[in-house]
Design a protein around this ligand. Structure first.
Ligand SMILES: [Zn+2]
Length: 375
């Protein structure tokens, strides 16, 4: 009970800082003596600190309390198909160090080796603090079970990878593995384009396509955590072969992989970044972006009709081509949805650009650390 109350006090401070002891009591419903003793403990443990006196309407000015965002640091990794991004953040999600590595056709062992080396480097660059590294969050483009096991990541060619077990052999920190689209959705509602929205569909468009679903402010993961595999919804019957084994999947038409696949007839080996640059002067390349945007809009239309969301956020690598795909995407959405569904709907690109998923998993690790009331 005491631990639960302590967490309530801490969370009240995090959401309302700067705040006085009296206001914490009022917000939380706990009595003043309890608040006072729990605040003293939290100060002792360096979770919070006292600032100068705050505003007061007459009488003695109360001492204000603030959350110590530098009490510890979180590590977030986004393992993509053609990159790994790692960040170190403080407890409010501010990035204090980052490392980005492009990768190409790595074997499973090489990928794991690189992941471990990157985590070691991030730990080395974590600032000194009371709690040091408080946890590691990792986003993976695939189906992740409740224990963090990666059941299937077709674009990485991973199946049944017990990532927490592999990493716990190297690192003695809490480790959270999450689907990257779920992580990206959480990152965007915590820190990005979705901050003021409660019903958000985040479309992570990279080499594959994943979807993170936020309903009533919370991440919806389905009964076993496998929701949002919309990249593999069929949009063309007997269409293009997909790497999941099915054919006609959305991501076979609207992902970075689909883009590169089509562009290879024009510019073999060109990367997304190179194609974005060339598109301005090459109308064939521009046309491919157009087509990718149209197909992106078709899948998004299906999601809009299913969820009637307040906001769609398009993120991950294809968001870099916003100026090329935004118009065809919106045109296609307008064409394939009804007016009812378009009402009050916002369509935005990710605000955190490539950081959505890394910030999301880092935030999951922070949430876990701050859950001091759990048994
Ligand atoms: Zn598929």
């Amino acid at each position: 009970m005491k631990k639960k109350n302590k967490e309530i006090v801490l969370r009240t401070i995090i959401s309302n800082a700067p705040i006085s002891r009296a206001d914490i009591a009022q917000h939380s419903g706990l009595n003043k003596a309890t608040v006072s003793s729990l605040v003293n403990e939290l100060i002792e443990e360096e979770f919070i600190y006292e600032s100068g006196p705050g505003e007061s309407s007459g009488g003695r000015r109360p001492v204000m309390l603030l959350f110590n965002k530098k009490a510890g640091y979180s590590i977030g990794l986004d393992i993509g198909v053609n990159y790994i991004l790692g960040i170190v953040t403080d407890l409010e999600g501010n990035v204090v160090y980052e490392q980005h590595q492009s990768i190409h056709n790595l074997s499973f062992d090489e990928m794991i080796h690189l992941t471990i080396e990157m985590i070691k480097n991030l730990i080395e660059h974590t600032p000194q603090s009371r709690y040091g590294v408080i946890g590691i969050g990792i986003g993976v483009p695939g189906i992740v079970d409740k224990n963090g096991k990666v059941l299937l990541a077709p674009n990485l060619k991973w199946s049944h990878v017990d990532l927490p077990d592999i990493l716990h052999r190297e690192f003695d920190y809490p480790i959270i593995i999450e689907n990257e689209a779920n992580a990206g959705a959480y990152g965007e509602i915590r820190f990005g384009a979705g901050v003021n929205c409660n019903n958000v569909i985040y479309v992570s468009a990279g080499i594959g396509i994943g979807v993170g679903i936020i309903l009533k402010g919370e991440l919806y993961k389905g009964i076993n955590g496998y929701s949002g595999e919309s990249g593999h919804m069929t949009i063309v019957v007997d269409g293009e072969k997909c790497r999941c084994g099915n054919s006609g999947c959305w991501e076979a038409y609207a992902s970075e992989h689909a883009l590169l696949n089509q562009a290879k007839h024009i510019l073999p080996g060109a990367t997304l970044e190179e194609l974005i640059e060339i598109a301005e002067e090459n109308k064939n390349v521009k046309e491919i972006f157009n087509e990718i945007g149209s197909y992106l809009g078709i899948g998004i239309s299906n999601l809009i009709k299913t969820f009637n969301p307040q906001q769609i956020i398009i993120g991950n690598r294809l968001a870099k081509a916003k100026h090329l795909i935004e118009q065809p995407t919106i045109k296609s959405i307008n064409k394939h949805t009804l007016d009812f569904h378009q009402k009050d709907l916002q369509i935005n690109f990710s605000k955190l650009s490539i950081y959505s998923a890394a910030l999301g998993v880092s935030a999951f690790a922070i949430e876990n650390f701050l859950s001091i009331g759990k048994d």
